[in-house]
Design a protein around this ligand. Structure first.
Ligand SMILES: O=C(O)/C=C/c1cccc(O)c1O
Ligand code: FE2
Length: 312
């Protein structure tokens, strides 16, 4: 048994925006480093902690966490569509293990996942069905949010399960860091947006296109300095990355949901996936970060980070 980790920001704008060449080169080189790490480790099982952006999970039934027993990519923002290779029996055992440790987790026998889960799999493995993968949804956009201590406990429970498997496990945390893309919020949404947030599954191509166009246009104006979304917060991002690298994750319990949104934007809650992934790694033993990359990239609407780590 062994456990290793890659956490990375995702951004659908990777496919649509053109930051300055120097920035694009730096991001591609960070992806190369992460890919080399994964190639060297050669995982036999992936556990992917990822948020959703109202493509698979909606307010008609919004759990804080959900383990997928089977999963499908929805194909938003030109990401891969279709089934992931989920080892169902291992996912079932993992959910039972987590429940036994007093963490209430939803399960799905048909989880739909969007760019949040799919993009890292495509970047690291070139596809969504190349390595057996258990997707774990961690709510990062829809209020109310669990306390951060709960996210840590979820990660620890999953990590203690993984530590007992005869596998080389790679945990992935996808999302963040500081960012505030124009994902609608229930409190401020209009009637049409509320219908989407409530149960906007399987939109028409035109509806999906209109929604994505709004984000792509916002990224352009954000890069030009004319958007009204909350700015990136590199200090916040790098402070969090330092805590994650330190091996002592307890300071994370002091983070509160309102303060996270105020400091780092409404979608900064996606860092919950990083916290869950690092907590899973920590449950398998002391670890060391091997690679760390960070840039605030307005064209991607993201404080953009990549980290790799493994137990020592
Ligand atoms: O359109 C969405 O649903 C989300 C877009 C987005 C943009 C930038 C960074 C992210 O993490 C996103 O999910
Ligand atoms: Fe996201």
């Amino acid at each position: 048994m062994s456990v290793a980790l890659v956490t990375m920001s995702h951004s659908p704008l990777l496919e649509y925006a053109e930051p300055p060449a120097e920035v694009s080169t730096a991001v591609q080189s960070a992806f190369d480093q992460a890919r080399a790490f994964v190639r060297d480790y050669d995982p036999t099982l992936v556990v992917s902690f990822a948020p959703d952006h109202y493509n698979g999970f909606f307010y008609d039934l919004m759990p804080p966490f959900c383990i997928g027993y089977e999963a499908l990519g929805v194909g938003d923002y030109r990401t891969a569509e279709g089934p992931l290779d989920v080892p169902t029996r291992v996912a079932e055992r993992m959910a039972e293990w987590v429940a036994e440790r007093d963490i209430d987790v939803a399960i799905s026998r048909r989880m739909e996942v969007d760019h949040g889960a799919v993009q890292p799999l495509e970047i690291l493995f070139g596809g969504i069905a190349t390595v057996p993968t258990i997707p774990v949804f961690v709510n990062g956009v829809a209020k109310p949010f669990t306390r951060m201590s709960r996210v840590r406990r979820l990660g620890e429970a999953i990590g203690s399960f993984l530590a007992g498997l005869d596998e080389r496990v790679l945990v992935i945390g996808s999302g963040g860091l500081s960012h505030d893309p124009p994902v609608p919020q229930w409190a401020t949404a209009n009637e049409e947006q509320r219908a989407l947030l409530l149960n906007g599954r399987h939109p028409t191509a035109a509806a999906r296109d209109a929604r994505q166009r709004r984000v792509i246009d916002t990224a352009k104006s954000f890069a030009a300095g004319t958007a009204t979304i909350r700015d990136l917060n590199p200090e916040w991002d790098q402070a969090l990355m330092a805590v994650l690298a330190s091996g002592d994750l307890t300071p994370i319990d002091g983070m509160t949901a309102p303060q996270m949104a105020k400091d780092a934007g409404n979608s900064a809650h996606e860092v919950r996936t990083w916290v869950a992934a690092f907590s899973a790694l920590a449950a398998a033993g002391p670890y060391a970060v091997e690679f760390s990359f960070y840039r605030p990239i307005r064209e991607f609407i993201a404080g953009f980070g990549v980290m790799t780590a493994r137990t020592v």
